[in-house]
Structure formats: C-alpha cells, structure tokens
Design a protein around this ligand. Structure first.
Ligand SMILES: Cc1cc2nc3c(=O)[nH]c(=O)nc-3n(C[C@H](O)[C@H](O)[C@H](O)COP(=O)(O)O)c2cc1C
Length: 198
C-alpha cells in the first residue's frame, strides 16, 4: 500500500491517485512496487530495480533504501531517474521522469524508529548488493544484528529517497487496441497536458 499525505491537487497527481484506487479496489497485488531506472556514469550503464513506494507526500514520492548501494551511487552520478508502474488489474502503465534526492536525517530516524525490529535488523545487517560467500552468512549477519544492535537506531547508511516528477505518462490499454496515452510535462512550473499516439 502507498500512503498519500496532503496530496498535491494538480491533475497528474489526482489521476495517479484515481488509478491507484481503481487498481486497489480490484485487489491489485504488489501495488506499491515501482521500477526505478538509473544511469551510472562510472560504468556508462543503465540499470533497473523494483522498490516499494511508501508515501506520496504532496508532490514527493518516497521510498527507502541503503545509501551505500549501487542505486545510491547512481543517484549521485546522475540524479535523474525513470520510474515505471504497471497495474495489470486495470491494464494501466504509468511512466514517470523525476529528479531524486535523499530525505533528511530526522525523517529517516523517525520512520526507522516506527518500523518492525525484523525489518530494521535486516537493514542494519545488510551491505546491500555487496558479494557474500554463502546465503547462510546473510542469515548469520541478520541473527547477530537482531541480538546485538539497537534496532530503533537508524544507521547512517540507510534512509529515504524522494523524487518529484516533472513528467508523467498514463497508458491505458483498450480491447480495441486504440490505447489511450495521456502525458503531462512540467514546463516553467506549469503542467502541460498532451496526448500521444499509441
Ligand atoms: C517488489 C520489490 C520491492 C522491493 N523494495 C525495495 C525497497 O523498498 N528498497 C530497497 O532497497 N530494495 C527493494 N527491493 C530490492 C531491490 O529490487 C534491489 O534488489 C536492491 O535494492 C539492490 O538494488 P541496487 O543494487 O540497484 O542498489 C525490492 C525488490 C522487489 C522485487
């Protein structure tokens, strides 16, 4: 589930929320999963991964991750991302382009404090995406962290990311194949609406 707080009242945000509600009402599983694509200048590669979108607060989309992970490094090298959502229950794809930045420490600390100890033990124990010799070592590191760490204290290497879209495209599949593509582009602080051919 995504939590909406004080949602921005401009059309693309309202459309996002109304599609979300439709999909949720039809029992869409994994509704909070979004694909985030990045560019890493060190390797000249693009990459994608899913994350769970936790909040949309006004115009900011927020998820949480490890600040030492490959994605974190890519956000530094290139702060522009592409985000993708597909909700099969309503046959809607949403494409977003945005600039991304870290959330502030106080926000991370507060969010971490209220999460489950199990989730926190894993966040503390994992050097996200670093190689490890065996899978059982992951479990050992987790168990150690669960026993020995303060599970309410947010580590420096963990926290939120917030992105503010400057482009949305809503793609709606229709049986006739006459699919609807409605896009919104932010120019000079104003959302410009356009339709694209399928
Ligand atoms: C549905 C789904 C949700 C996920 N949510 C998160 C998340 O919220 N934060 C996160 O760090 N990784 C999440 N992951 C794991 C990431 O996809 C990825 O494996 C991890 O963040 C390492 O990515 P990186 O090496 O590109 O930094 C999720 C994976 C899936 C399949």
């Amino acid at each position: 589930m995504i939590q909406f707080n004080n949602l921005n009242q401009e059309i693309p945000y309202l459309l996002f929320k109304s599609k979300y509600d439709e999909a949720l009402n039809l029992g869409q599983k994994g509704i909070e999963a979004i694909s985030v694509s990045t560019y890493e200048s060190k390797t000249n590669e693009v990459d994608s991964r899913y994350v769970n979108l936790k909040f949309i607060t006004n115009d900011e989309f927020i998820f949480f991750s490890n600040y030492d992970s490959p994605k974190a490094s890519s956000f530094i090298s290139h702060d522009q991302i592409a985000v993708l959502v597909y909700w099969p229950s309503i046959n809607v794809q949403i494409r977003i382009k945005a600039k991304i930045k870290k959330t502030i420490k106080e926000y991370n600390k507060n969010y971490f404090f209220h999460r489950s100890e199990e989730k926190n033990a894993l966040a503390i124990s994992s050097n996200q995406s670093k190689q490890i010799d065996t899978y059982s070592q992951v479990k050992e590191n987790y168990d150690k962290s669960f026993k020995n760490n303060d599970l309410k204290k947010c580590p420096e290497y963990w926290g939120g990311y917030s992105f503010v879209p400057y482009y949305f495209e809503f793609w709606e599949g229709h049986e006739s194949r006459i699919n609807k593509r409605e896009a919104f582009n932010m120019t000079d602080g104003v959302w410009r609406r356009l339709f694209l051919q399928p």
